[in-house]
Design a binder for this molecule. Structure first.
Ligand SMILES: Cc1cc2nc3c(=O)[nH]c(=O)nc-3n(C[C@H](O)[C@H](O)[C@H](O)COP(=O)(O)OP(=O)(O)OC[C@H]3O[C@@H](n4cnc5c(N)ncnc54)[C@H](O)[C@@H]3O)c2cc1C
Length: 372
């Protein structure tokens, strides 16, 4: 079976990986260089930030993130030589309003990722000695990890590019479909070329609304800009991830610390904004004041594929027999990535599914309203 995947972010690359491992051949298209959009720009926390604030369908996919990325890292590392560093730092949360609800949530969900405890000042200092003294308590998720997502993407692209059944088409925007009755016969790139495949997967992230008119469906996916500021501290300086008021610090093993993030509706603009940078710094120095002594080495912004509830669309397009969606992951595309791709592969190949697919079914998308 030959599959064309449009979009080489985490959703497209992991879909390619799942399908190629089952014997499919893959053509993967991206309008720019592969793996440079939201999936590169993200923070890499392998859990929704406050899981209880999300629909269960988000957590149902995200719960698989850490073990599945660990398994892929073990498999790909000997071939690519890239370790994408699943860094098990745990996470401290300082939002007091969330303490009780967080503990209750953890008790209801007996998953390793959701083990939580409330720490007093003495205990939290043992976990992380750099926290501002004004924080007397914290909610601690000891099992949470982050992945070094740019390296993850590098590993995936390198593995797929050396695979004999995979072909990459970079800087190759797909613009149109040739549809006959209930199938896409070919997809057309901007240079006019037609590309044929048995099945088409749309993994186009924040750009997915582009397909609405051609599919005759409302696709409520909007770009939502998020900005990150990157510090360089000594290796292992910050021992845990930290979160307060939806702002976070994410330490990498080599001492880089990512600070983020923001939510701005500015179309497809990825220019970092000075005021947003200031807001991020204020929030992060409030948690860890000593961070201010270290240099900022980079900053950037990326476009999340914002969907109404954060639940992605995964499954077959209702009116067409060979078109599939895997997009709309909003703030959690990295942590939902492995299970989303697995679910897509299972649906495409008629296999038993890892979760109930109903919550993600593109059938819920409304037909485009025809204006008189
Ligand atoms: C600042 C920030 C922090 C984040 N932190 C986290 C986090 O800690 N944990 C987490 O789980 N998630 C996080 N996210 C969210 C996560 O990054 C996204 O949900 C995820 O990357 C979406 O992946 P994707 O593959 O669907 O989209 P993308 O990575 O954007 O990939 C889509 C690709 O499709 C291509 N494309 C689009 N249209 C076409 C076309 N017509 N033809 C060809 N190619 C096309 C694009 O060029 C792009 O490469 C964060 C996001 C941001 C911005």
């Amino acid at each position: 079976m030959h599959i064309a995947i449009i979009g080489a972010g985490i959703s497209g690359l992991l879909s390619a990986l799942e399908l190629v491992e089952q014997g499919c051949s893959i053509s993967i298209f991206d309008q720019q260089q592969a793996a440079q959009a939201a999936s590169w720009a993200g923070g890499g926390i392998l859990s929704p930030m406050y899981p209880w604030r999300y629909p269960q369908a988000v957590n149902d996919l995200a719960q698989f993130a850490k073990p599945q990325y660990q398994a892929w890292n073990e498999k790909l590392k000997p071939i690519t030589g890239i370790d994408f560093e699943i860094h098990e730092t745990g996470m401290l949360i300082f939002d007091e309003d969330d303490f009780e609800i967080g503990i209750n949530y953890a008790e209801r969900h007996h998953e390793p990722m959701q083990q939580a405890e409330c720490l007093n000042r003495e205990q939290l200092e043992q976990i992380n000695p750099h926290i501002h003294p004004k924080f007397k308590q914290a909610l601690y998720f000891s099992q949470l990890a982050n992945v070094r997502n740019p390296r993850l993407l590098q590993s995936l692209t390198q593995y797929l590019k050396q695979h004999p059944r995979v072909r990459f088409f970079e800087h190759c925007p797909i613009q149109q479909f040739q549809i006959t009755e209930d199938r896409i016969q070919a997809i057309q790139s901007a240079d006019g070329r037609l590309h044929r495949a048995d099945h088409i997967v749309l993994a186009t992230g924040a750009w997915s609304q582009h397909w609405a008119a051609q599919l005759g469906l409302e696709i409520p996916v909007q770009p939502v800009q998020g900005q990150i500021v990157l510090f360089k501290t000594p290796a292992q300086w910050l021992p845990s991830m930290c979160m307060n008021k939806v702002m976070y610090l994410i330490p990498r093993q080599d001492g880089h610390v990512l600070c983020g993030s923001s939510m701005r509706h500015v179309g497809f603009d990825t220019t970092p904004n000075p005021q947003t940078q200031q807001d991020i710094l204020t929030a992060c120095f409030e948690m860890v004041p000593e961070l201010a002594q270290f240099p900022i080495v980079k900053q950037w912004a990326g476009l999340r594929p914002g969907s109404p509830t954060g639940v992605p669309y995964i499954g077959k397009v209702p009116s067409l027999n060979n078109v599939w969606m895997n997009f709309g992951h909003f703030r959690n595309g990295l942590c939902m990535g492995t299970a989303s791709a697995q679910l897509l592969r299972q649906l495409m190949l008629g296999q038993e599914t890892i979760v109930d697919p109903a919550a993600y079914d593109p059938k819920q998308l409304q037909p485009t309203s025809i204006c008189a």
